[in-house]
Design a protein around this ligand. Sequence first.
Ligand SMILES: Cc1cc2nc3c(=O)[nH]c(=O)nc-3n(C[C@H](O)[C@H](O)[C@H](O)COP(=O)(O)OP(=O)(O)OC[C@H]3O[C@@H](n4cnc5c(N)ncnc54)[C@H](O)[C@@H]3O)c2cc1C
Length: 368
Amino acid sequence: MKAIVIGSGIMGLATARVLGLRGFETLVLERNPKAQGSSIRNFGMVWPIGQPEGQALEWALKSRSIWLELASQGAIWHQKSGSIMALRNAYELALAHNFLDVERGRTLSMLHAEEAVARAPYLKRQGLLGALYSDSEIIVEARQAIRVIPDLLSATSNIRFRFNTAVKETATGYVITARGEKIDADIIVICNGYDFATLYPAFFDTAPMTLSVLQMLRSEALSLETPPICAGLTFLHYPSYQKLENLEEYKVFCGQRYPKLIEYGIHLLVSQNEQRCLTIGDSHVYGRDIDPFREEEIDSAILDYFHEVFDIPELKIKQRWNGTYAKLTNGFNHLLQEVDKGVWVFNGPGGAGMTLSFGMADDLIAKL
Ligand SMILES: Cc1cc2nc3c(=O)[nH]c(=O)nc-3n(C[C@H](O)[C@H](O)[C@H](O)COP(=O)(O)OP(=O)(O)OC[C@H]3O[C@@H](n4cnc5c(N)ncnc54)[C@H](O)[C@@H]3O)c2cc1C
């Protein structure tokens, strides 16, 4: 049996991996010379703490184990770092205690400010009330990992990759590339990320999906190592925190204290790569009509908040980029839909594709 996967972002890689394991002769077609979409523009955070208990957390933990299995083959830089959330006011401290109380299934602990700074030496001690530590997060360097996984998969299984190959049409049993080549397959999975215009545009016109554009920054290398860090505003962004008591009061507080951060959907996530550079973000502007222009005001707002949480006055930024991801508007964390017999769209993990894709594909694609 033959399968074609369209797109070599994390969703395409996760899908190809499962189809390959199930014995399909699998061909991945990617329009660019190497993946260039959401999956190489992110923090590389495999972040189970952001997923609510139940299926999403199970998928996140399964993904984590698949990431570690792939990384054990040697070529993927990664850190089993856990994560630290810096808590800088009474609302954040109370929310963290509440999370600790209700989320019994996770390995979490509260750190005193001194302990937090001992583990994360760049945290600003002044004003730090404590930190929430979770042991389940891992960090990869997305731009490296996503481009190495095709080599790993094709070396160890019946999966082949063809880059520089845009697909312009698909229907039951075949795809047609932009060069006019027709390739047959028994099953086709479209993992097209945020390109809603090329394949099945009418389907995407009415799909409950929007786009989110994020501004990101990367620093010059630092001298010390740091685990990945987030700060209080992250409580407003991940589904795992949405049922916490006092979240509404915290929202009101943030609206008054940080109006620009709220306006631009900013929360602070910081990860460090092998060269000890920090990836810093992010903001969220939603809508299908993406504006290509970066706003300096957004970068400044991100960095102002960064300097509130971190003590690195000498920080130098060496890269800035925009990332975009497709997000479902119906609250779901994926869309898997048959658009022609044997042709499936698999999309929509929003801001959690690195965290969810492997586990999600392992469960859902295996059932197709
Ligand atoms: C700035 C940013 C930070 C993020 N941080 C994190 C994080 O730290 N942790 C986390 O879990 N998630 C994070 N996310 C979310 C995560 O990156 C996305 O959920 C995920 O990358 C989506 O993967 P994808 O494969 O669907 O899309 P993409 O990575 O965009 O891949 C789609 C691929 O399909 C190809 N393609 C499309 N159409 C065609 C066609 N017709 N023919 C051939 N090829 C085609 C594209 O070229 C592209 O390579 C972040 C996202 C962004 C933007």
